[in-house]
Design a protein around this ligand. Structure first.
Ligand code: GDP
Ligand code: IMO
Ligand code: MG
Length: 436
């Protein structure tokens, strides 16, 4: 199997966990390259739904080595708990490898994430409050603490002392929050170091050696293209590189090793948190009216659109081909996995946004200007649906109703990328392989 990057092609929650879990057994290594426990990836294990936040979804297969790359930010307490949860479900974490260069989310990062959101008031980003932004800020500011520092008590104490001399006044005087001593952080964090130590490795070297030996790698993206720090709807984004390019910087594997880029797209779109969303169908409580409000409610209800990490209700909207074409370019998508197609069985007709209109101008491409994006009105094509036909048992493309196949083929045509995996339900088996 060639090495593949799997990325979210929308605003996250596209079903990356399911698709990673589905194809992971074909790969020798499954690697997370960015983000942290802001991610919530759902995999089905037996008759249980498991939510993974830090562990690569490939952990479900004993033969695939799960790796947390250097580009990830690690909350060690969360990782230790997640490992314990998996072990209790009979999933072994013994093969896990963690990069010594990955940055550590510290208690003050979580405090600052929450406090900063409060300060922003109505302009808040709606972060997951897991400390992601502040941790990446420290990484870029060159005052971060890395997994390798956590493994060396002397260095950990020394770095903490320097960092706290700067953090404590900010916590206390700017945000009115409590301060930290080196001792209290050591009391909490050093026991995690004991548990994680045996998993720490030179993961860049490990992966490059593996490639030389002919092994294959699946790079599992978190979040999505429009949450990318550079290519997303800034500032309503996360603080990492979620696009395919991040797979190289976040693992230490050069771009030549990547053969395939699989974009995950829902058959509609959701977003959690603030920021522009042209095809959003506003819920009644957000001022939505008429058909739009009821379509939005129906998508949310039929698709169970509630966050895995925070439990928040996800904003819902129709499929946006402008975004799909943008994601194809930014990531260099070779294929797409279309997920949650079964959810659309709830509708008489299905809308697809083909372009935007703003102040009399048509946009067939994704506009750079946030002000345009905030005011963009979707231009829709309306396609016939396959209402009330249950497609969750279809296992071959030909078994799908004609209207469903027409919908897929229409999306392929206007986005320019073949859809090689079609997901018709949350389970592994509820999938149609179409040239993958
Ligand atoms: P991720 O963050 O991209 O991994 O996606 P999430 O796990 O946050 O959200 C996707 C949700 O949709 C999960 O509850 C999955 O179990 C579910 N899911 C994935 N694929 C399908 C599908 O094809 N149909 C349905 N109905 N649910 C799906
Ligand atoms: P997965 O991997 C959906 C969103 C947050 C917020 C913004 C910044 O499950 O697709 P952060 O805590 O990262 O600083 O928040 O990004 N966000 C996600 N939305 N799915 C995710 O992950 C997300 N991770 C972060 O809601 O708008
Ligand atoms: Mg998710």
């Amino acid at each position: 199997m060639p090495s593949t990057v799997l990325v979210g092609a929308q605003w996250g929650d596209e079903g990356k966990g399911k698709i990673t879990d589905l194809i992971a057994s074909d790969y020798d290594y499954v690697v997370r390259f960015q983000g942290g426990n802001n991610a919530g990836h759902t995999v089905i294990h037996g008759d249980k739904k498991l939510a993974l936040h830090l562990m690569p979804s490939g952990v479900m297969y004993e033969d695939a080595v799960p790796v947390i790359g250097n580009g990830v930010v690690v909350d060690p307490g969360v990782l230790v708990k997640e490992m314990a949860m998996l072990e209790s479900e009979g999933v072994s974490c013994k093969n896990l490898r963690i990069s010594g260069d990955a940055h550590v989310i510290m208690p003050y990062h979580k405090d600052l994430d929450g406090a900063d959101e409060k300060r922003l008031g109505s302009q808040q980003i709606g972060t997951t409050k897991r400390g992601i932004g502040p941790c990446y800020q420290d990484k870029m500011g060159r005052k971060g603490i890395r997994i390798q520092d956590l493994m060396d008590e002397k260095i950990f104490r020394l770095k903490l002392e320097t960092v706290l001399a700067q953090k404590n006044p900010v916590l206390e005087r700017i945000y009115g929050l409590h301060t930290y001593t080196v001792e209290e952080i050591c009391d909490e964090y050093l026991p995690y170091a004991q548990i994680l130590r045996k998993h720490v490795a030179e993961t860049g070297q490990l992966l490059n050696d593996a490639l030389r030996e002919g092994s294959s790698i699946l790079f599992e993206g978190a979040q999505g293209t429009l949450l990318d720090i550079d290519h997303g709807t800034y500032p309503y984004v996360t603080s990492s590189s979620c696009c395919a390019g991040g797979a190289s910087t976040g693992t230490g594997v050069g771009p030549k090793a990547i053969d395939r880029v699989l974009g995950i797209q829902k058959a509609y779109i959701t977003r959690v948190g603030g920021g522009p969303f042209p095809t959003e169908l506003k819920f009644p409580e957000e001022g939505g009216v008429g058909q739009d409000a009821s379509d939005g409610e129906l998508l949310c209800e039929a698709g169970h659109e509630f966050g895995v990490t925070t439990g928040r209700k996800r904003r819902c909207g129709w499929f946006d081909a402008v975004i799909a074409r943008y994601a194809a370019d930014v990531n260099g998508l070779t294929d797409v996995a279309l997920t949650k197609l079964d959810v659309l069985s709830a509708f008489d007709t299905i809308k697809v946004c083909v372009a935007y209109e703003c102040e009399g101008r048509r946009y067939d491409y994704f506009p750079m200007q946030q002000s345009v994006l905030f005011h963009a009105k979707p231009i829709y094509e309306e396609l016939p649906g396959w209402k009330d036909i249950d497609i969750t048992d279809c296992r071959a493309y030909e078994e799908l109703p004609e209207a469903t196949r027409s919908y897929i083929e229409y999306l392929e045509e206007i986005t320019g990328v073949p859809m090689s995996i079609i997901s018709v339900g949350p389970d592994r088996e509820q999938t149609i392989m179409r040239g993958w």
